[in-house]
Design a binder for this molecule. Sequence first.
Ligand code: NAX
Length: 325
Amino acid sequence: MKKPVRVTITGAAGQISYSLIFRIASGSMLGPDQPVILQLLEITPALPALNGVVMELNDCAFPLVAGVIATDKLEEAFDKTDYALLVGARPRGPGMERKDLLTANGGIFGPQGKALSDYASRDVKVLVVGNPANTNALIAASAAKSLDPKQFTAMVRLDHNRALSQLASKTGTHSNDIEKMIIWGNHSSTQYPDITNTLVNGKAAKGLVDQNWIETDFIPTVQQRGAAIIKARGASSAASAASAAVDHMRDWALGTNGKWVSMGIPSDGSYGIKPGIVYGYPVTVKDGKYEIVQGLEVDAFSRGKMDATEQELREERAAIEELLK
Ligand code: NAX
């Protein structure tokens, strides 16, 4: 058995974490031979509920759980952590403007970024799930002065998985049969699910579906899927969000074997997206490092969609610019 690694989960008493913690504890994220010490962070009023989650975790008697810490203190939650999943965020309240929401979340993700910088493992891998995820990741990365911004990523994997599932259903195939899906940009309704390069059983997806379906069905369905789940379930996506977080971290930690996945990462100028935002890109991962898939053709339709989601992220950045100093 390997030496245990430390995994931090914030918002640990919330609904995504109620699925996520148990998936990680069972070995779905880091493998069946990797013990974990779970470091669970909540705000003080939620500690009693978090205690209930810890009781259930103990009751599972998971072979891979080497320790559990439940706390409302950043320095305990992020101490020596190897993997940090930042799930807890401030939801939009009644009458709250987008700028208020962004600023309120800055008050959470700024201090968490600083605490990661001060206390975490130098190689920590950080995934931001809490919304607005891309800009929260930007704020955390900017506050983590002693870490590389590339260590901070945002989750667009749920969107990626939703896109796989929609295309599989349309083409009568399984998501396993589909490769080279891309989610560009923001985890929001401006995201661009792109099947230009996608293959279904080795054949170009674009030859199997028509452009009208892509524009009027596929793209809006993926973009609006979160709202459709809320309408159906009366609550936002939780188990699927947790599953996507597991996929994102597993692929980052263990590699993708050449497979493309989508990750929100600091833009570096690739595909004309200027640096300074966290943007969804197609990546492959090897030896714990992700690399953007380069050299793809971008046609005029894609360019318009990629620029629109970039523009939204630039506006989000402008709203919290003063937090980035
Ligand atoms: P819940 O409201 O069920 O849970 C959030 C938890 O975070 C609460 O227990 C709360 O006490 C805690 N929390 C709040 N501030 C905190 C802080 N400063 N430190 C530690 N914990 C804190 O929300 P849930 O459904 O679990 O969703 C969590 C976040 O994920 C939301 O921001 C949601 O919008 C976002 N999502 C992101 C997705 C993505 O694809 N990136 C998809 C699913 C989800 O919508």
